[in-house]
Ligand binder design. Structure first.
Ligand code: SF4
Length: 379
């Protein structure tokens, strides 16, 4: 039966954090821990609403759940039983695939063996840890609540609890970060032998304390050449250690690619629950309010947008070019082949078996290349 159904990914947002990091503009609300129970009750109500659709066969007859991602915020800050509660109720939205991937995102400073044991019992089989750096000075500068030693400790505890599928998030292009510090962080992550590593360049978001420090000249961002050199260092070191770069910022040992994130990049169906969570079902986008207060007050999904053919092609280019697999050229009927050949000759893209992908250089110039591609592919 399941082979006739479409895969669905579920995302749950947990907006609580112990402290706001200096660079963070995610929907996270330090100091509101007293409202956790209220939040999870509201989340369960939202799950029940979707489950009612299932009673009429609207979701369960068409979808099975392929992946669940509980992100934030800091999901590992909250009572672990809340995570179990969410997962128990999720089964009423649609049935779970036998090989379902269930990820909890966490901060190394908030993990305990007890919490990890509860996650395992609830069916969680992947942990994604926000390590960011193995340099204590940089961690302090970023406003992280953990130190480098706690990252190794968190990985050890996770393994002891039975987790094999582990990710570490790392950040580079930080103000004042030397290439040597970045290499040390990469090497420390590789030494822990986790099967997945994400390496993100710092993006300074408006309104964050980091943006204010950059604007005042107190800290200086690295130039583009330094950022590209750090990215190339990651590609080289991780590739030597057996990690394949399957997305612009994501590297995995074979078979450990994050299936949940692939849903986003491959434009699969996903349903986001909790404040600030976004969804796409049958090419219709919508989202919940960003504000925790509005969500708790009962505000529902908003900004429904039905994508037309042109929107879909545009998204296919924007998201598909992030992946090393690239995009299927047969989807595009109005390709300007002369301009396409010029992009190949300039070393920015490559064509392989009907697929188009960005080269390493193309990924460095991703925004400009995508703008050009949108025209070249007739989007
Ligand atoms: S832990 Fe993550 S979500 Fe929370 S403040 Fe830091 S960066 Fe933001």
């Amino acid at each position: 039966m399941i082979e006739f159904m479409k895969p669905l990914s579920l995302y749950y947002h947990v907006p609580f954090c112990a402290r706001k990091c200096a660079y963070c503009d995610f929907a996270s609300y330090p100091g509101r821990e007293g409202e956790m129970r209220q939040y999870f009750d509201r989340l369960l109500t939202e799950i029940r609403r979707w489950s009612v659709l299932t009673d009429f066969g609207l979701l369960s007859d068409r979808f099975y759940v392929k992946t669940v991602f509980i992100g934030g915020g800091t999901p590992t800050l909250v009572d672990a039983s809340c995570i179990g509660e969410i997962l128990d109720h999720s089964r009423f939205i649609a049935s779970f695939a036998d090989d379902i991937e269930i990820t909890v995102e966490g901060n190394p400073g908030t993990l305990t063996p007890e919490k990890l044991a509860v996650y395992r019992r609830a069916g969680v089989n992947r942990l994604s840890l926000g390590a960011q750096s193995f340099d204590d000075c940089l961690l302090k500068f970023l406003g992280r609540i953990h130190n480098a030693a706690q990252i190794g400790e968190a990985v050890r505890m996770a393994r002891e609890a039975g987790f094999e599928n582990l990710n570490l998030d790392l950040m580079y292009a930080l103000p004042g970060q030397s290439m040597a510090q970045w290499r040390d962080t990469l090497d420390a992550a590789i030494a822990l032998d986790v099967p997945h590593i994400s390496a993100y360049s710092l993006i300074v978001e408006d309104g964050t304390p980091m943006a204010a420090r950059v604007a005042s000249g107190e800290v200086i961002l690295p130039d583009d050449d330094t950022v590209n050199a750090m990215q190339r260092e990651a590609i080289e070191r991780l590739s030597k250690a057996g990690y394949g770069r399957y997305e612009i910022s994501n590297y995995a040992k074979p078979g450990f690619e994050c299936r949940h994130n692939l849903t986003y990049w491959q434009r699969g169906d996903y349903l986001g629950l909790g404040c600030a969570a976004h969804s796409m079902l049958d090419n219709c986008r919508f989202h919940n309010p960003d504000s925790l207060d509005e969500y708790l007050a009962g505000a529902r999904m908003m900004d429904f947008q039905r994508l037309n053919d042109s929107d879909i092609l545009e998204e296919t280019v924007m998201l598909g070019t992030r992946m090393s697999q690239g995009i299927d050229l047969s989807l595009f009927k109005n390709v300007d082949n002369r301009r396409l050949d010029r992009l190949v000759a300039s070393g920015l893209i490559e064509l392989d078996n009907g697929y188009l992908r960005l080269t390493t250089r193309g990924m460095e110039l991703q925004n400009a290349v995508i703008l050009e591609l949108l025209e070249v592919l007739g989007c």
